[in-house]
Ligand binder design. Sequence first.
Ligand SMILES: [Zn+2]
Length: 183
Amino acid sequence: MQLCAERIEINNEMPEVLQFDHDCLIVLRETLLAKTPEEGCAILIGKKKTSGVFFEKPLWNVRIIWPCGNIWKPGIFDFLGGRQNISNKKNTKKASKENRFFLDPKEQINAQRWARNHDLEVLGSAHSHPIAKDAVPSLKDIELSFNENLMVIVAGSGDVRAWWMSESKPREIRLLNSYLDNA
Ligand SMILES: [Zn+2]
């Protein structure tokens, strides 16, 4: 995600609402959990609507789920220096794709190019926590969020929640599923 945030344009205005069009929420859940036991990844593409759409609050509208490979491998976060070791003492489970993710940078570029060509934007990313009940950011997710960014998490239980990540505490973003909820 950090690489994603660095490579992709960043809009630091936090949305109040994240709205999934059509079957996007179902597609996201199915796509990510199909990778179980590994963490699945996707890029969220859509539109940012900043006023007058939902009680005058910024609303981001997800229209396309762009599946993205999880290319995590040992040492992939080495470029971050010592920071990635902050919580290692607390981690009892061995690091693997079952509890780590890293979005394929090539897919991030492809997604951004496709979005631009279709008058859309990359809004953020999503990944799964295959064995989790609640879709909340892990300590590692928080540590590795250097830039403010939108992160959707899908838990193995099917729970889906959206978060505004930053170096401080993640803030939850309200989810809406389809335009019907906004009537
Ligand atoms: Zn995570």
